[in-house]
Structure formats: C-alpha cells, structure tokens
Design a protein around this ligand. Structure first.
Ligand SMILES: [Zn+2]
Length: 202
C-alpha cells in the first residue's frame, strides 16, 4: 500500500512538476464549470418563466405548463425556445399576461394546499374517532382494516361518489394505526386522571 502510494505520488509530481497543494488544471476547470449557478432575472417573465427551488441555484419554471428544467437552462435563448416550441399561442403575449398567469397559479396552489391540509387533519381526527369505537367494542384492532374501512368506502362510493372515496381512503385504519391511536388516547386519559387526583389531594 505504502509503495503504491509513493509510486503514484512520484508519478504525479514528475508529470506535473507542480507543488503539493496544486491540483491538475483539468480538475480546476471542471470545478469551475460545476460552480456556475445561473440566477433568475425578473425580465425572464417575458418568456413565460418564473423560478423555483433553491434561491442560490434556482430552476426556471414555466408559468404555462409548470415544466422545471435544470438551472443550466436559465438562459434567455433556452427559455425563449421552450416558449416558442411548446406554447406558440403564448409567444406574443406581454409581461403583464404572464404576471397575471403567475398570480392565478399562486392563488390556485394556495387554495389546493389549504384544502390538502384540511383533508389530512380531518383524516387524522377521523382515525381517532374510529379507534375509540373499536376500543369500546373490545373487538380486535384489525377490524378497522378488514371491515370498518371497506364498509365505509362502499357506503361513500354508493352515496357520494368515486372522488369522495379517494378522500375517505386517506383515513388510516390499519391495525397498527388503531393500536397506536388507542394507546395515545389511554395515555392521555391516564395523564388527565393523575393530574385530577394530584390537584384533588391539595
Ligand atoms: Zn411550458
């Protein structure tokens, strides 16, 4: 190992005749190429592009189709090419048009995020309520995934529709989840009881 190291080191010094801490020039060029990070220019909105991702190396984001090419594509020529080839009907639109589209996209996204959070929260709460029912019936925890959920999904599908079934599907009722929920609730009850007993003592 030591001999191998001495050999490569000697060869390196021989072939480059440089000092120890210098790197071969090819590697320096490569590093410089890697370091180039293109910035977003406010003016790129005229090509229908906004930006997303890391602020230090942003990726262009097409306002029309949402496409997100790499940071290397943050060049007027490339952005313009995308606009003309993918969205020729928007090629002659002005900055104001794209700004309006961008605003609308942001509003839509906000609305979507809000509804997604609400559904997740509701699904979370629902799984606690069902776990409580399962615990009260003293039935095995698996009943959630083998009967309760399939039954609920059938009812929702027939009475409300397929989209609602997708929402319903977000409620986790697996045996593990039911077990965890019951455990959470019983520790919470125990905690409350201990607190009450302690305050009653005083
Ligand atoms: Zn596009």
């Amino acid at each position: 190992m030591a001999r191998f190291h001495a050999f490569t080191w000697a060869t390196f010094i021989d072939s480059s005749s440089r000092t120890d801490d210098e790197e071969p020039s090819t590697s320096v060029t490569k590093n410089l190429k890697k370091v180039v990070k293109r910035k977003y220019d406010e003016d790129y909105i005229k090509y229908g592009f906004s930006w997303c991702g890391d602020e230090t190396a942003p990726r262009p984001q097409c306002i029309i189709c949402g496409d997100q090419p790499s940071n290397e594509s943050m060049l007027p020529s490339k952005l313009k090419r995308h606009l003309y080839s993918s969205h020729p009907s928007c090629a002659n639109k002005d900055k104001q048009y794209f700004k309006r589209c961008l605003e609308q996209n942001k509003k839509k996204q906000k609305k979507f995020m809000k509804s997604a959070v609400t559904v997740t929260e509701k699904a979370f709460e629902a799984s606690y309520h069902v776990a409580k029912l399962i615990a009260r019936q003293k039935t095995p925890h698996t009943v959630g995934e083998t009967l309760t959920k399939p039954a609920c999904m059938e009812i929702v599908r027939l009475m409300l529709g397929q989209n609602e079934v997708k929402e319903m599907n977000k409620v986790s009722l697996s045996a593990d989840t039911v077990k965890r929920r019951i455990h959470d609730m019983s520790s919470d009850i125990l905690g409350t009881l201990i607190n009450k007993l302690l305050s009653a003592d005083n």
